[in-house]
Design a protein around this ligand. Structure first.
Ligand SMILES: NC(=O)c1ccc[n+]([C@@H]2O[C@H](COP(=O)([O-])OP(=O)(O)OC[C@H]3O[C@@H](n4cnc5c(N)ncnc54)[C@H](O)[C@@H]3O)[C@@H](O)[C@H]2O)c1
Ligand SMILES: O=C[C@H](O)CS(=O)(=O)O
Length: 492
């Protein structure tokens, strides 16, 4: 049972992986005046740990330690940095089961999904351990006979990171991997709901031989204080944020005064389109994975499902028949597909979207209510007759609600799909090759899934357009976010 720290540790092969102190300059430290905050298991509301609550002054100290340590770290060869990153990756995978239990304890997702997230998060460390030795510059033919042009790529310096609770491991490693590979130092502020998954990364980084001060983890309840320190401290040369678009806007405004380089991985409102030439059974499976992964609490979840009129009833019936067999329960229980939502506020948002849709003519064909399990458990829900005036058309639900919209033709659905301020992920199922090309090019999103509902991989550049973000994470592009390009003009 994940209801106390003792019981959490009793489930682990290595209980020493659970750390509740901050990791600063290679030291494990308490909060000022021994301040702590409670971490609860969303499945039951029990406090599983009390974690150090780090002050703004302590965050400033972590930045100073990072700035000092980074100077030597940048002198390591890429291969040397890659070697310790590789060790860090290996330790994550060796301890995958323990890290997954810790993640489920504080975030609630089913253990199988937590296992998947640990492997996904570790894959970024593996990938960038290899990229570290491939940070190439350029030589360019001179513009004059006596000129020689060289381009260097150098680490930007200290990078500060703020991440959300829904992928408390992978959202950090997707940033820390390229940052450390590039020769940067890193100060990570995890979400207050899920600090344990961040702190255990510090435990393993220390064991891997990553030097003191290169990775710092500062759990804190002080959202604004930490954000302002990251934005205003001149030693921070890069701010990398994953979270809502609203908070992204706040941070960009705060970072503007110092022209801080920023990466933003923000909110989404993904359309999932099923054309009449799609394989309907495959589209149903894709919709389930895309909509209900992490209980709908992912930035790339299908938020709007558009189904062409000729296959609408078949798709709705098949989707309902599949989803109604899926289990709601504690993330540690065998067979659980839907864990708890992260907070009561998240439950209220799902309910608000359902009631709004019903008031505007939608029909609930499955679910629609909080689960009989109580707490933050919620029934997986499907509504039909969804229309663009309903709240989920414009706002991210972030829960297990699948609204089905009916459409007639390609041009109409592309216009509907693009009618949002967001532009992160989009999906469609179709077989006609001309349609696949035309729709892929017409969708205004950073990511397009064609005949698949899952697009997550460390090998591809992940990121959004419009108000879903700035920059990319993953792939060889991801390391450029932590590098500065220097042009050397030499007269010979
Ligand atoms: N694009 C992506 O890769 C991606 C990935 C995961 C989640 N998200 C988005 O994140 C959101 C869900 O996560 P959330 O609810 O934790 O988002 P959130 O924006 O509320 O919080 C994200 C992080 O920012 C911190 N924060 C909040 N206010 C702050 C402030 N004023 N200054 C500094 N930090 C502040 C939070 O404590 C948390 O650590 C959704 O919109 C989802 O789409 C995007
Ligand atoms: O929630 C957002 C994550 O980025 C989802 S993914 O696993 O990276 O696709």
């Amino acid at each position: 049972m994940l209801d106390t720290l003792t019981n959490l540790k009793s489930l682990l092969k290595d209980p020493s992986l659970v750390e509740t102190r901050a990791y600063i300059g290679g030291q494990w430290v308490e909060g000022d005046k021994a301040a702590t905050f409670a971490v609860t298991n969303p499945a039951r509301g029990d406090v599983v740990a009390d974690v150090a609550d780090i002050s703004r002054a302590q965050v400033a100290g972590a930045i100073a330690q990072a700035e000092s340590a980074q100077k030597d770290w940048a002198k390591w060869t890429g291969k040397e940095r890659g070697t310790v990153l590789r060790k860090w990756f290996e330790l994550m995978m060796e301890n995958q089961n323990d890290l997954a239990i810790i993640l489920t304890a504080e975030m609630g997702k089913p253990l199988a999904e937590s296992m998947g997230e640990i492997a996904y998060g570790a894959s970024f460390i593996e990938f960038y351990s290899e990229e570290a030795k491939r940070i190439y510059g350029e030589t360019i033919p001179g513009h004059q006979r006596d000129k020689r042009i060289t381009v260097l790529k150098q680490p930007i310096g200290v990078a500060a990171s703020i991440t959300p609770w829904n992928f408390p491991n992978a959202m950090i490693t997707r940033k820390a991997g390229p940052a450390l590979a590039a020769g940067c130092a890193f100060v990570a502020r995890p979400a207050t709901e899920t600090p344990l998954s961040a702190l255990v990364l510090g435990v393993l980084a220390e064991r891997a031989g990553i030097p003191a001060g290169i990775l710092n983890i500062v759990p804190s309840t002080r959202d604004s204080d930490v954000g302002k320190e990251f934005c205003e401290n001149a030693a921070v040369r890069k701010l990398t944020f994953t979270g809502s678009t609203n908070v992204g806007r706040i941070l960009l405004r705060q970072a503007a005064d110092s022209v801080k380089k920023c990466s933003m991985e923000l909110g989404g409102n993904a359309p999932f389109i099923v054309f009449d030439d799609a394989d309907i059974d495959e589209a149903v499976e894709g919709a389930i994975l895309c909509k209900f992964r992490n209980n709908g609490q992912t930035c790339v979840c299908a938020n709007r499902i558009y189904v062409q009129a000729g296959v609408y009833d078949e798709f709705a019936a098949k989707l309902k028949a599949r989803v109604e067999t899926m289990k709601v329960g504690d993330g540690l229980e065998e067979g659980t597909v839907f864990g708890p939502l992260i907070t009561q506020k998240a439950v209220e948002k799902v309910q608000e979207h359902i009631e709004d849709a019903k008031s505007k003519g939608a029909s609930v064909i499955l679910g629609g209510n909080p689960s009989e399990l109580g707490g933050t458990f919620f029934e997986p829900t499907i509504v039909t007759d969804a229309t663009p005036d309903m709240l989920f058309s414009k706002d991210e639900t972030f829960g297990p609600l699948a609204p089905l919209f009916k459409f007639e033709n390609e041009d109409d659905v592309i216009e509907l799909a693009n009618d949002t301020i967001f532009g992160l992920a989009s999906y469609f199922y179709a077989k006609d090759l001309s349609r696949v090309y035309k729709v892929s090019e017409a969708l205004e999103y950073g990511i397009v899934g064609v005949n698949t509902g899952i697009i997550s991989t460390e090998l591809a550049p992940f990121g959004g357009v419009k108000q879903s973000g700035l920059g990319r994470e993953g792939s060889h592009h991801g390391i450029d976010e932590f590098l500065e390009m220097k042009y050397i003009c030499m007269s010979v």
